[in-house]
Ligand binder design. Structure first.
Ligand SMILES: *Cc1c(COP(=O)(O)O)cnc(C)c1O
Length: 350
């Protein structure tokens, strides 16, 4: 080993779902929204003044934060924005998880959490979900340096009720508790109203799933003023100009269109309910999903083999080669037509 190599920060990176190049495929592997973003996005893009690109964007993301504030009725001082919720989450880890006690998150969850913990040398412990993949709040009643979990959880799709979230918050008033609400619009009850009551709660959201804007990279977080202020101190010590001008403007336009959000999310929920019935009829088992995907297993079918067979048929889903879930597939809810094609394939396959 060369001497300089000893000084390299060595990490095992997060592996995102495949983004295949071929046309004519059914892509149900990264929880993208099958519908386009609000038409306000296109209108806003057309009106962008290219000469404005000459200047740095607003480091305070004012226009976007004002629009988020209006959409959710939360004061601007309680909102933080970043380059997708991955950027927001990385900033949260950097800012709030700086203690010596281990941070806690479920053993089956968003697989970026352990990557950030490793990158930033944050001690962590995973807390096993129960047999039905539910979070048990009682398991979070021990010393910790912070807590994070998605609600609904990913890749399980299971929702935790607000009462149970309060149980975790009440038992951990000395810790920062982060609720990652990437999928909350697909039928869950948000913890956002709890930020008034809990000075240690942060709620994270994204434009990538319900707002159909994964490609624009916009995420945000809600929390009391003192938390947002700590977060901004770290952000401005790292990179002042995180969000680019088009993302700030288009994000503001899209979040103002709550009517469109409600229409597309209802379509996805309706498709999910139909697809769930079909999948149960085919012998798949899974817990009820409050997200835009199902996490399914089948007694008679090997998940990896089915994953490969689907891929040959140009249908992409997600398989995780991990303990406890290697016999499961995560399937994003696409359009009705896409899900019908998938169901027809599965009928044939079985
Ligand atoms: C998709 C996802 C994110 C990241 O979304 P961004 O595209 O970075 O906004 C964060 N958390 C969970 C649980 C997700 O599924």
């Amino acid at each position: 080993m060369k001497n300089w190599e000893k000084n390299v920060r060595k990490v095992v990176p997060y592996v995102p779902g495949e983004q295949p190049k071929e046309d004519h495929l059914i892509k149900l592997n990264t929880n993208e929204n099958p519908y386009p973003p609000s038409p306000k996005a296109e209108q806003c893009l057309r009106e962008l003044e290219i000469s404005a690109f000459r200047k740095y964007p607003d480091p305070e993301c004012r226009e976007l934060i004002q629009a988020i504030s209006r959409a959710y009725g939360v004061p601007e001082s309680r909102i933080f924005a970043g380059v997708g919720s991955d950027d927001v989450l990385a900033m949260l880890f950097l800012t709030f998880f700086h203690g010596t006690a281990p941070i806690l998150f479920p053993d089956i969850t968003y697989s970026f959490y352990d990557v950030w913990a490793e990158l930033l040398r944050i001690p962590y412990e995973t807390v096993p979900l129960d047999e039905e993949f539910a979070i048990r709040p009682g398991d979070y009643q021990r010393e910790n340096g912070g807590i994070i979990f998605p609600n609904p959880n990913a890749p399980t799709g299971r929702l935790l009720s607000l009462d149970l979230i309060k149980e975790i918050l009440d038992a951990n008033s000395d810790s920062i508790v982060i609720v990652d609400e990437a999928y909350i619009d697909f039928g869950g009850e948000s913890a956002l109203p709890l930020i008034d009551q809990y000075e240690n709660l942060i709620v994270v959201r994204t434009f990538s799933k319900s707002y159909s804007m994964a490609g624009m990279r916009i995420g945000y977080a809600f929390g009391q003023e003192h938390l947002i202020s700590y977060l901004n101190d770290v952000k401005f010590s790292f990179n002042s100009y995180t969000m680019n001008l088009p993302a700030l403007k288009i994000g503001a336009a899209v979040i103002s269109d709550q009517e469109y959000l409600s229409m597309t999310k209802n379509k996805i929920i309706k498709t999910r309910e139909w697809f769930s019935k079909e999948m149960r009829a085919l012998g798949f088992s899974f817990s009820e999903s409050a997200s835009n995907f199902l996490f399914v297993t089948h007694e008679k079918v090997d998940a990896k083999e089915l994953f490969e067979a689907l891929k040959k048929a140009h249908i992409y889903v997600r398989h995780f080669r991990k303990p406890r879930i290697d016999q499961y597939l995560r399937i994003t809810i696409g359009t009705d037509e896409e899900m019908q094609t998938l169901v027809a394939f599965l009928k044939e396959y079985l």
